[in-house]
Design a protein. Structure first.
Length: 88
């Protein structure tokens, strides 16, 4: 018959400054998250504006051949901007 001996590890004290380092890291992550969210919102806003400008350009081209359809495209561009609260 064999015998196995298990040793319990000795308790280890938390390193000095660990609480401070964890708090600083959490604050840094929160700051980076706010910057990331603001940049993402700004990119999304600019993308909506670019899409509306492209649609208006298409509407201007189409207006020579089909003014009613062009009016629908202009209205769609306006709705796209209004729906998201962007300013062109």
């Amino acid at each position: 018959m064999s015998q196995i001996t298990l040793h319990a590890p000795a308790p280890v004290a938390m390193p000095r400054g660990a609480d401070w380092a964890a708090s600083a890291f959490a604050a840094l992550l929160g700051y980076v998250e706010r910057i990331w969210a603001a940049a993402s919102a700004r990119r999304s806003h600019l993308q909506r504006i670019d899409e509306a400008v492209a649609l208006r350009r298409l509407a201007a081209d189409v207006s020579r051949y089909d003014p009613a359809f062009a009016a629908d495209l202009f209205a769609a561009a306006d709705r796209h901007i209004d729906r998201h609260g962007a300013e062109v």
